[in-house]
Unconditional design. Structure first.
Length: 161
């Protein structure tokens, strides 16, 4: 059996429980989201020994995410629970202008563009070109590389029998 370590930020995604837009929904469902979580769960379902390294908030969202990982077979034994993380909900357009405001507020150390393939890459490059990351001294991981394709191709090479 292959073993894979994955690093990343987990998220809790909210979605309408009826076929309406998010703002018109009367009730919302909650599920695990984020590229790294989805990647880890997918690999675990394929029988890969997956270890996820991250930190979760000490809140109900963190508890829910950890429970999903456990049920899906993802080893989250090294996940740190941090009372200063979690509970942040950001809703807004996927534009450089909006994300610049979010980044100015949260001041990350680095930006890893794993949001939905080309959309994440385009936004990350736009933020970098606009000088947003330089203003807060944050690094853009993998600038100029075909991140998504390379990630899956390299993982395939590692996992093939």
């Amino acid at each position: 059996m292959s073993t894979v370590f994955t690093l990343g930020e987990p998220m809790a995604g909210m979605y309408p429980t009826e076929p309406v837009t998010l703002d018109a929904a009367k009730t919302l469902g909650l599920d695990v989201a984020g590229a790294e979580s989805n990647f880890a769960i997918g690999l675990a379902r394929l029988g890969v020994d997956v270890h996820l390294y991250t930190r979760l908030g000490a809140d109900r969202f963190g508890d829910m995410i950890r429970g999903v990982w456990r049920r899906e077979g993802v080893d989250a034994g090294a996940v740190m629970t941090d009372p200063d993380v979690g509970g942040t909900v950001v809703i807004g357009p996927l534009t450089v202008e909006h994300l610049a405001r979010v980044i100015a507020t949260h001041r990350p150390d680095a930006l890893l563009p794993t949001l939905g393939g080309q959309t994440g890459l385009n936004l990350a490059v736009g933020l970098d070109d606009a000088g947003v990351l330089d203003r807060i001294d944050a690094a853009l991981a993998q600038r100029g590389k075909r991140v998504g394709y390379a990630r899956y191709r390299d993982l395939h090479d590692v996992l093939k029998p």
